[in-house]
Every structure is written in structure tokens, then in C-alpha cells.
Design a binder for this molecule. Sequence first.
Ligand code: PTR
Ligand code: PTR
Length: 282
Amino acid sequence: EESMRQLERGIQSGTLCFHFENLYRRKPGLSLNCARLPENMDKNRYKDVLPYDATRVVLQGQEDYVNASHITVAPPVSGVRLCYVAAQGPLPQTCTQFWQTVWEQQTHTIIMLTTLTERGRTKCHQYWPHPPEVKDYGHMRVKCHSEECNLAYVTRHFTLTHTKRGEERAVTHLQYVAWPDHGVPDDPSDFLLFVSSVRERRKGEEPLMVHCSAGIGRTGVLITMETALTRLDKGQPVFPLDIVKTLRDQRAMMVQTTCQFQFVCEAILQVYKEKQEGSKAP
Ligand code: PTR
Ligand code: PTR
């Protein structure tokens, strides 16, 4: 595969990382006005990580702001689009908006890529109750039924009830715990296993909710990885830099550091090579 040979050369020569560093972090010409309104500033965890007006998730009702962006990746030939909502880790004062987003965007899966604290600093508010408790966030009632851990991630099962409408839905929570911000996952194989369990949750074009602390670094890596694996499965060429550009056109700064980009590129190549070995085996 030509794109994989290019990828390997690009990693070895360092040109891929060079181009990554020269890619714009924010698409020129896109405004951030709603995120910057005085009444919305305390809904942003980081003052420098804001959604574009063009792709922000607009909530129903008067207060329509949440720090979250719609992300859509075009399908490979004969596939469906990959849809996501990329969000910041909720703050104590934005848990209601977070659950409202889950409800209104009709997502049944939340992917969390951060722990609640890292090196003594808060990265995300715990926006769910401990099992078997129930907690209300505005009109959203969340019940946590179960919590199971394996080596790299925690799976939780929630029931989300819209108390005004009396409707309920099952939501699954997958939390990857071995990945500090600005860094890369501790173990690429664990991470790849996690990405495959994420992929198993896909139902057509239903969006997955993905968040970390800022909703750009680790969230960008996960989306780039799932996109690349989906293309590899379909035998389509994979150009990681193009994927990152597509993401940054929808949410600024997706894939935050050069190390993260290098990590994704190497992981893609590793998967490709394992597939090749697999198909050569008798
Ligand atoms: N601080 C981030 C970065 O370095 O890319 C994002 C950012 C970039 C934020 C530019 C604001 C920027 O400028 P302005 O507020 O003038 O649009
Ligand atoms: N201003 C913050 C910082 O640079 O620390 C913003 C920030 C925080 C950016 C975390 C990225 C972060 O990582 P992630 O998107 O993976 O949570």
C-alpha cells in the first residue's frame, strides 16, 4: 500500500512531524463568538480552548451553549460517516449541559479519556453518581448500575431519564485511565484494544460523545485513530495529516502535541503491519 510506505518514510525521516508542526492549529476565518460571550466564559474549562461557532453543539432552549463540537469524518468508499461530539471534561456548573448534549444528540456511548485528577490537579468533574446511586442534573436523571474495570479501562452502565418527558435510555461509559494530558497512552497495545471496543459500539451514524479534559489532545488522537483503522479495514489509503486537518477544521487544536501525532502514526503503521503478517500466515 502506497500510503503506508509514505507513512513509514515520513515517520523515519521526520518530515511527517515537521508538516504536523506547520499545520494551522485553528482554521483561519472561523469565529468563536458564542464561546466568548461574558455569560459563557465560566462554562469553559480553559479560556484558550473554545468551539467554533460553525460547529458548536447548540442546545435546545434559552441557554444554548456548551463547550462541545460536532465532528464528522467523511466515509471511506462504501462506508458510513464517523460522527462524534468532541467535548471538554464537564465542570461542576456544566454537568447539566453535558447530559443535555448526550440526550439531544442521541448518543448511547460516552468515551472518557482522562482521569478526574492528574498530578494533584482537577481535570474533569465527576459528572456521574457512584453505583448504585441516582443523581439529577436538571431534567436529566442519571443512574449508574455498574462499574467494571479491566487493565486499561472502566466500563459503566447508566440509565439516563428525561424526567420531564418520562423517557429513558441506556448509556455506556468507557473510561480510558492510562493516559495523562499532553502525553501519549502508556501502552499502545492497550490503547488499540480500547479503540476496538470503541469501534464495536458504533451503530450507523449515531455520534459518539468523546471527551478528555480540554477535549482536543487525547480526543483528537482517539478520533484520528478510529478514522485511520476504519479506512485500513476498507483498504483505503490513510493520510494522518489530512485527518488531523479535517478535525482542526471542526475543532481547533485537535491532536495537541507532536508526540501525540507521532504516536498515532506509529500505531497506524503497527496495525497495518500486523494485518499484513496475519494475511501472510498459512
Ligand atoms: N492558544 C491557542 C493556540 O496557540 O493555537 C489557540 C488560539 C489561537 C487562541 C489564536 C486564540 C487565538 O487568537 P485570537 O484570540 O486573536 O483569535
Ligand atoms: N491551557 C490548557 C493547557 O495547555 O494546559 C489547555 C489544555 C489542557 C489543552 C489539556 C489540552 C489538554 O489536553 P486534553 O485535550 O488531552 O485534555
